[in-house]
Write a protein that binds this ligand. Structure first.
Ligand code: AMP
Ligand code: MG
Length: 455
């Protein structure tokens, strides 16, 4: 049983389209997150997971819906995106009373599909499963993955014919910056207000009005993106429709982790200008938050000029909020205790020294090879840094070359490399010894890693 309590479809009429997922003809459960299911209080057998999370059958109490949203994609506004291949099954309440969306992705066409087929291939859905579970283990706010079910249908992509799959994901919600932009662009102020009030009630019950909501979202995004920057994570497609008001990482597409550090690193094949490059992420976060602020203007002040002034003052503050979060992340990664006057310079000077070095292992192993900088750091860090570094810096991240090999094997029916990798990324802070295959960077001379959005 899943006990649904569907507040979105109940409270926000006119913001979604009710429709059932496509029926998967021959579903096969590829991965099933039993631990997460138990944590959420779901009583779901493997058989039920196979049917319910593939679209083969709609579970009792679900009210499948495709949600409307807009979004700025690579800087340009699309007034209507929406769930083009996803169905919100409904919401469940965990044992602690927290509310979670259960959503299917790759579950068929909707009126928001535009030219798309509404489908997803096994590889990209397993990729989202793996990376989101890795992020959760790394302590980063993220949507989670409950299951990937092969549908038994083929999908056609650039590579040719691929096995289709549906991902079942769990999210604090699917409210995006683009959700607000959708109603703002249509001047549907009543719906915009309803979505705003719903968001406050669901995520930030202490927040007062539009400004209170905005400040809470800024704080959450700053905390989130600071963690990404600490881990060398490149989201890859930080469009406003892929930014969740909950502060969770959402929509894992062309994302990847740095191997060697270079600030301009881009993995996504479609990000030709490097808009979403590693080092650009904090700036893009602020840009996206400006779009949210614009949508909230009618509720900030009834006098538009005054609303703009107030919003601009808030936007000016974002860089400082982010900087504080980032410094906190970096202090922890460097094993620093307390705060000292030279810390900021020490942290800032690390980055240029890191260029070309493996991001993950350089932290983990105490900055071997960074001679002068390391001497400064050693003077500051004090006793016992080994344990502090090991607790703050992962040994295992989902290394691109290993992810790729695991997904290729899975696509031809061998799930074993995927399962082994999944087990490794679920224990990121464990020892290096005995699992060097997951720890070490790719062999030198490998072509730069490229991810494809053709998901
Ligand atoms: P994304 O790049 O995954 O953030 O998606 C951007 C927009 O494209 C969203 O509205 C998606 O629902 C839609 N979309 C992506 N892939 C497909 C697909 N295969 N079929 C239909 N819509 C899609
Ligand atoms: Mg998206």
């Amino acid at each position: 049983m899943m006990h649904f309590d569907n507040s979105w479809t109940r409270d926000l009429p006119g913001t979604f389209l009710r429709l059932d997922p496509a029926v998967a003809p021959d579903p096969v459960l590829l991965v099933w997150n039993e631990v997460l299911a138990r944590d959420l209080g779901l009583e779901v057998s493997r058989d039920e997971a196979t049917r319910w999370f593939s679209g083969a059958e709609v579970p009792a109490g679900a009210e499948p819906a495709a949600l409307a949203y807009a979004g700025h994609q690579f800087g340009g506004f699309s007034p209507q995106l929406g769930d083009g291949r996803a169905h919100l099954l409904g919401e469940v309440l965990g044992p602690d009373g927290r509310r979670w969306d259960i959503q299917l992705k790759g579950s068929g066409r909707t009126p928001f599909s535009r030219g798309g087929d509404g489908r997803a291939a096994v590889g990209p859905m397993l990729r989202e499963y793996l990376i989101s579970e890795a992020m959760a283990a790394l302590g980063v706010p993220t949507t989670r993955s409950l299951a990937v079910v092969a549908t038994g249908e083929a999908v056609w992509r650039e590579e040719g014919r691929l096995p289709g799959a549906v991902l079942a994901r769990v999210a604090a919600s699917h409210i995006r910056v683009g959700t607000f932009e959708f109603y703002s662009a249509r001047s549907e102020v009543d719906k915009l207000r309803a979505v705003m009030e719903y968001t406050i009630a669901r995520h930030y019950p202490g927040a007062e009005g539009a400004l209170g909501l905005f400040d809470a979202v800024v704080a959450g995004q700053a905390r989130l993106v600071a963690q990404w920057m600490g881990l060398g994570f490149v989201h890859g497609v930080m469009n406003t429709d892929n930014m969740a008001l909950s502060g969770e990482t959402i929509d894992y597409g062309p994302c990847a982790f740095l191997d060697a550090y270079a600030p301009g690193t881009v993995f996504s094949s479609i990000d030709r200008r490097g808009r979403y490059a590693f080092a650009n992420q904090p700036g893009i976060m602020a840009w996206n938050l400006s779009r949210l602020a614009e949508a909230l203007l009618p509720f900030i002040d009834s006098d538009e000029a005054r609303a703009v002034d107030i919003a601009n003052a808030r936007l000016d503050g974002i860089a400082g909020v982010f900087r504080a979060e980032w410094l906190a992340v970096m202090r922890r990664k460097l094993g620093l205790l307390g705060e000292e006057p030279g810390d900021e310079a020490l942290i800032d000077d690390l980055l240029p020294a890191m260029v070309g070095r493996d991001w993950t292992l350089t932290f983990r192993r105490g900055f071997e090879g960074l001679g002068d900088w390391r001497a400064r750091w050693l003077e500051r860090v004090g006793e016992g840094w080994e344990a502090r570094l090991a607790a703050a810096n992962p040994a295992v991240i989902p290394r691109n070359h290993i992810v790729e090999a695991a997904l290729q094997a899975a696509t031809v029916g061998d799930m074993e490399p995927f399962q082994a990798l999944l087990a490794a990324v679920r224990d990121p802070f464990g020892p290096e010894a005995g699992r060097e295959g997951f720890v070490l960077p790719p062999p030198e001379g490998l072509a730069p890693y490229v991810t494809f959005c053709g998901t």
